[in-house]
Design a protein around this ligand. Structure first.
Ligand SMILES: [Zn+2]
Length: 530
C-alpha cells in the first residue's frame, strides 16, 4: 500500500478513538507534511478537547494523536487548535478582504445574504484570481430584481450593488409576469450551483409578501436555504412585520429560512424576535439565525430605509449615521439627502445598539447566545477613500476602510462569549465580558454549526467545521489568552491578534502570526447538482 493509500485508510478507520489512544506503529513511522504539536485540540462535533498532535497531509487532516512526526512542526503548546471559522455572511469577497478575515481565524467565507449574479461568473472570477479563503455564493434575488425591474446587469461587485440599491426602480412591486421572470432567473442560478437564495427584502419595500413566499417555495423545492435581510419591524411602508413575514414563509412553504444579522435588524426588539423564532422552531419550522457582536451596522448610504423620512421606522435620526469615507456624523436631513445623491454607494455606519450601555450590550449578547445562532460577520468590502497605489498592499493602508466586523467578528465573539482573551479593547467603549459559554460551545458557533446549517446540499461543508482524520485541513491555531479584535470604527482594518496560524486546505494563510501574502489556497464551495 502506498503512502497515500495508508492515509486514506487511516482516515476511514480513525476518529476520536485514535486521538485518545496510542498512534499505530505505521502512523509513528510517517513523516507528515505538517504536524501541529501539543496544542489543545478542540473538535466540538466529537466533544474532543485534549492536548495532542494533529497531522496534515494532502490538504486533509491525516491523523490526531501523540508523537506524530512532520516535515514542518509547529509548536502549539498553550494554543487552541480548532476547525477554521466558517462565515456565512461576507460581502468581503476580494483578496484584501479575505486576508483581513484570515487574520480573524476565518477559513471559509460565503456571500449568502446578497449573493451574486451570475453565480457561475462569480465562481469563475474567484478561481482565476485566486482567493486566500474558501468561497461561495448564493443566488441573488436583489440582483435578479435589479436586472429585470431596473435593467442593470450584475457585474458581481458588492460596491456596484451597494450603489444600485439607491435606484427605486428595483424596489417596486413586481407584476405577475415580472415575478415569473425573477423566479426563473433564480431557478437557473440554483442550477448553476448557488448555495440557496439571498433575499435583501428589507431593501425593496415595494415587494409583495406573495413574491417572497414564491422565492421561499423555490428554495424549498431545491432543498436549499434562503438568507433574508428582513424588513423593518411593524413599520410602514412595510406590508407586515419583517420577523412575522420570515417565520410565516417558513411555516407556509417548508423552506429553511435563515434570519440574517438578527442583532442589527431587530435592534431593541431582539428578545421579541428571538421568542418568535423559538416558537417557530418548536412548531417544526426550520428557521435559523446569526448575529455579529457589534452595536452599529453598515450599508450604502443610498439604501431606501435610510431615506430621511424613513429613519424613524427604526428609531433613528440623521445623526445616527456616520459617513464612513470621511468620518462625518450626518448633521441634518438635508445633508443626508446630499450624501445620498452624490455617493449612494458610500459606506455609512448606523448606530443601532449602544455598546457602552450594559442593557444594550446584554441584548446583543443574547442574539449570539441564542441556541443554534451562529456567528456571522456581515463583513463589508474594503473600500478606498483615495485611489490605492497598490490594491494588493499588505498591511492595508489607512485609505482602506470597512466596518470593524470585517476584521474582528470572530475574535471578538470568542472573547465576549467565553471571557477568554485578556487584552483591552482597541475600539471605542468597553463591552462587558460575557464568559457565558464554554470555549467548545463558542467554537461550535463559529465552525461546526455554520457547516451543519448548509451541509445537506453542500458536500464540501461535510468535511469542514470538524477536526477529524480525512476532513479538510481548514484549521485555526490561536492563543486563548491573547485572542482579540483590534479593529474599531475609527481604525476599521486593524487585523485581530492572537491568531497564530491559519491553514486553508492544508496551506498556510497565516503563519506565526503573519499573513502569507501570496497564499491563494481557497477553493469553491458549491451546492451539489440536482
Ligand atoms: Zn443585511
Amino acid at each position: 500500500m502506498d503512502r497515500r493509500g495508508f492515509l486514506l485508510l487511516a482516515a476511514g478507520l480513525s476518529g476520536c478513538s485514535v486521538a485518545a489512544s496510542r498512534p499505530r506503529q505505521a502512523e509513528r513511522m510517517i513523516e507528515f507534511a505538517v504536524v501541529i504539536r501539543g496544542g489543545r485540540v478542540i473538535d466540538p462535533g466529537q466533544g474532543l478537547d485534549m492536548s495532542v498532535d494533529l497531522a496534515i497531509e494532502d490538504a486533509r487532516v491525516a491523523a490526531i494523536g501523540p508523537g506524530l512526526r512532520g516535515r514542518i512542526v509547529l509548536d502549539a503548546a498553550g494554543c487552541v487548535v480548532a476547525p477554521g471559522f466558517i462565515d456565512l455572511h461576507s460581502h468581503a469577497q476580494t483578496v484584501g478582504s479575505h486576508r483581513l478575515q484570515a487574520c480573524d481565524g476565518v477559513t471559509t467565507t460565503l456571500e449568502l445574504e446578497a449573493g451574486a449574479l451570475p453565480v457561475a461568473a462569480a465562481y469563475t472570477r474567484a478561481g482565476v484570481e485566486g482567493r486566500p479563503l474558501n468561497y461561495g455564493y448564493s443566488a441573488s434575488w436583489a440582483s435578479a430584481r435589479i436586472e429585470i425591474l431596473a435593467g442593470h446587469l450584475g457585474d458581481r461587485r458588492a460596491t456596484t450593488m451597494l450603489a444600485r440599491f439607491a435606484d427605486p426602480a428595483w424596489q417596486r412591486e413586481a407584476t405577475a409576469t415580472e415575478e415569473d421572470r425573477i423566479l426563473g432567473l433564480l431557478s437557473s442560478e440554483l442550477a448553476a450551483g448557488g448555495l440557496g437564495i439571498g433575499v435583501l427584502l428589507g431593501y425593496a419595500a415595494g415587494t409583495r409578501t406573495r413574491e417572497y413566499l414564491r422565492v421561499a417555495r423555490l428554495a424549498a423545492a431545491n432543498r436549499v436555504p434562503t438568507y433574508t435581510h428582513a424588513r423593518a419591524l411593524v413599520a410602514p411602508p412595510a406590508r407586515m412585520d419583517g420577523a412575522e413575514e420570515l417565520v410565516r414563509a417558513a411555516a407556509e412553504t417548508g423552506a429553511h429560512m435563515h434570519y440574517c444579522h438578527v442583532n442589527s435588524t431587530s435592534q431593541r426588539h431582539i428578545d421579541r424576535v428571538l421568542g418568535l423564532v423559538a416558537r417557530a422552531q418548536a412548531a417544526g419550522s426550520r428557521v435559523t439565525t446569526e448575529a455579529y457582536p457589534y452595536g452599529s451596522g453598515m450599508t450604502g448610504i443610498g439604501a431606501a430605509f435610510l431615506a430621511p423620512e424613513r429613519l424613524s421606522e427604526r428609531g433613528l435620526s440623521p445623526s445616527s449615521l456616520t459617513y464612513a469615507p470621511t468620518g462625518e456624523r450626518v448633521a441634518s436631513a438635508s445633508r443626508l439627502r446630499e450624501l445620498r445623491a452624490t455617493d449612494p454607494g458610500g459606506l455609512v455606519i448606523i448606530d443601532l445598539l449602544n455598546e457602552d450601555d450594559p442593557a444594550d450590550q446584554a441584548m446583543l449578547m443574547r442574539s449570539l447566545t441564542f441556541p443554534g445562532a451562529v456567528v456571522a460577520s456581515d463583513a463589508m468590502p474594503v473600500t478606498w477613500t483615495a485611489p490605492p497605489a497598490d490594491p494588493q498592499a499588505w498591511p492595508l493602508p489607512p485609505a482602506a476602510i470597512t466596518h470593524p466586523r470585517t476584521a474582528g467578528t470572530f475574535s471578538r465573539a470568542l472573547r465576549l462569549l467565553t471571557g477568554e482573551g485578556s487584552r483591552a479593547l482597541a475600539g471605542e467603549g468597553s463591552p462587558p465580558r460575557g464568559g457565558q459559554l464554554s470555549l467548545g460551545h463558542a467554537l461550535a458557533k463559529c465552525s461546526l454549526e455554520p457547516a451543519r446549517l448548509l451541509q445537506d446540499r453542500v458536500p464540501a461543508l461535510r468535511g469542514k467545521g470538524r477536526l477529524q482524520p480525512g476532513g479538510d485541513a481548514d484549521i485555526v491555531v490561536f492563543d486563548p489568552d491573547a485572542v482579540t479584535d483590534r479593529a474599531s470604527y475609527l481604525h476599521s482594518t486593524r487585523p485581530s491578534e492572537g491568531i497564530r496560524h491559519v491553514l486553508v486546505n492544508g496551506a498556510f494563510v497565516v503563519r506565526d502570526g503573519h499573513l502569507v501574502a501570496d497564499a491563494r489556497p481557497g477553493r469553491p464551495v458549491r451546492a451539489e447538482p440536482r
